[in-house]
Write a protein that binds this ligand. Structure first.
Ligand SMILES: Nc1ncnc2c1ncn2[C@@H]1O[C@H](COP(=O)(O)OP(=O)(O)O)[C@@H](O)[C@H]1O
Ligand SMILES: C[C@@](O)(CCOP(=O)(O)O)CC(=O)O
Length: 424
């Protein structure tokens, strides 16, 4: 078996951070401040509007059958981490835990501690914590998904490469998670190579991708892996019993500029910090989260109107711009803004455009909505201004602050295809 599995990154238009919390969080907490997150499991969650990007992560996979006679020497290479490669025996993995048909049955912590011990003896190269986490998650999903008699009889060659910036809020970890979940399910024989994955196959991939995301992120909402799996533009919410995902196929194509501030940050730390503030300031942060939800709902209603009534598009674009700016301001209140994002936003606003961070914030990426009447000259001037923002930024460095890299800007296509399995 030789094939290429790929999955897209994502842009969250509205709902990042809010999507982690239960609806009416303000009311809930005002009535019972001790409720905090424990009561959230029984309620409906906030929604996110998110769309797949035309930038993908791919895994080139070769599986050799009947490997028992030659040994099961396998290799996972991570091209985005300085050509880091792990050589291991798949047969060794078959001694850890037991494969399951559903992530619920897996003892995640026990499995992770076995894999950590294994990696300690098998990774010879210097690795960053990020690269190690990726290897750990890859092995974990193999052990959890692939029946162990099969692991003992195949050799795997997998090389991972991404066009997505890693750790910039564009869902690189989810694209990786969707790819490795698909790879494990293919090796297990639970899904077959096809150009048209069925709804039940997509559901299975998404379930295991969330499992992998959870190892990398702690408490992901599931929006990133859902976009990575299904693609397109979706409205996403968790519910107590699973996910609620509505593909939005009838919405207009949006033109956006994506800006990467190249400021690294950790999604896990940012999400945890918002949660701390949520609990610490129960009369401030929960209402702000609820307002983010309201903005997302209004934005969706206006996007729907836009596809029905092109005549009123100027007014609708003005409102979409308002939602974008307002949502960014709310994200700033929950402390996930960054001075580099502030610089990008104020530049976009001087040119008359709305701009907000996307993903976890704290750096990473922002998007700028371009209305249809934005002239090529104006857009070119804006791009030029943003690519020079680091010069002004660096003139005002504080303390030991690192000088900023130039910000990267690109116009991109949204609504790309979800997970794909192609012949190598
Ligand atoms: N192409 C890749 N190869 C290997 N690991 C990856 C890749 N892309 C993402 N990852 C994993 O996901 C982590 C990034 O997750 P995160 O900080 O949430 O960034 P993002 O916002 O891009 O999802 C990386 O540290 C790594 O462990
Ligand atoms: C902040 C959050 O809403 C999105 C995080 O996106 P990213 O990992 O920064 O690409 C967290 C989540 O939904 O799990």
């Amino acid at each position: 078996m030789q094939l290429v599995v790929s999955a897209p990154g994502k842009v969250i238009l509205h709902g990042e951070h809010a999507v982690v919390y239960g609806k009416a969080s303000a009311v809930n907490l005002a009535l019972n401040p001790m409720n905090s997150m424990s009561s959230m499991s029984s309620m409906n969650y906030n929604t996110a509007l998110a769309t797949a990007l035309d930038m993908r992560t791919s895994v080139r996979l070769a599986v050799t059958e009947g490997a028992t006679t030659q040994g099961t020497e396998s290799r996972v290479a991570l091209a985005d981490f300085g050509l880091l490669a792990l050589t291991f025996q798949t047969a060794d993995l078959s001694a850890m835990g037991k494969a399951r048909s559903d992530p619920v049955g897996v003892d995640r912590e026990a499995l992770l501690s076995d894999i950590e011990a294994y990696l300690a003896n098998h990774v010879q190269q210097e690795t960053t914590p990020e690269a190690r986490l990726a290897l750990k998650t890859f092995l974990q999903i193999l052990v959890a998904v692939v029946p162990h008699e099969r692991l003992a009889s195949v050799a795997i060659q997998a090389s991972v490469q991404s066009a997505l910036p890693i750790g910039a809020g564009l869902g690189s970890s989810a694209a990786f998670a969707v790819c490795i979940a698909t790879v494990a399910l293919l090796i297990a024989g639970s899904i077959q190579q096809t150009s048209n994955l069925s709804p039940s196959q997509l559901e299975l991939i998404n379930k295991w991708a969330l499992y992998a995301e959870t190892t990398m992120h702690g408490t992901p909402s599931g929006v990133d892996n859902t976009v990575g799996t299904y693609g397109g533009l979706i409205q996403f919410a968790r519910t107590a019993s699973g996910i609620n995902m509505t593909p939005l196929t009838d919405l207009p194509k949006l033109r956006i500029l994506l800006v990467n501030t190249q400021q690294s940050r950790s999604t896990k730390a940012l999400v945890a910090n918002v949660r701390t503030n949520f609990d610490k300031f129960p009369s401030i942060v929960p209402p702000v989260i609820d307002l983010m939800e309201t903005i997302g709902v209004q934005a969706l209603a206006d996007l729907r109107k836009l596809s029905l009534d092109q005549g009123a598009s100027a007014e609708i674009y003005e409102r979409l711009k308002f939602y974008i700016s307002a949502n960014h301001a709310l994200l700033s209140v929950v402390q996930v803004d960054h001075p580099k994002l502030v610089a990008v936003r104020s530049c976009a606003e001087r040119f008359g455009f709305g701009c907000k961070l996307t993903g976890a914030g704290g750096g990473g990426c922002a998007f700028i909505l371009l209305p249809p009447d934005a002239s090529p000259e104006t857009v070119a001037a804006l791009v030029h201004a943003i690519t020079n923002l680091h010069v002004q930024y660096n003139a005002l460095l504080v303390g030991n602050e690192e000088p900023s890299q130039p910000f990267l800007v690109w116009e991109t296509n949204l609504g790309s295809q979800g997970v794909r399995i192609d012949t190598a």
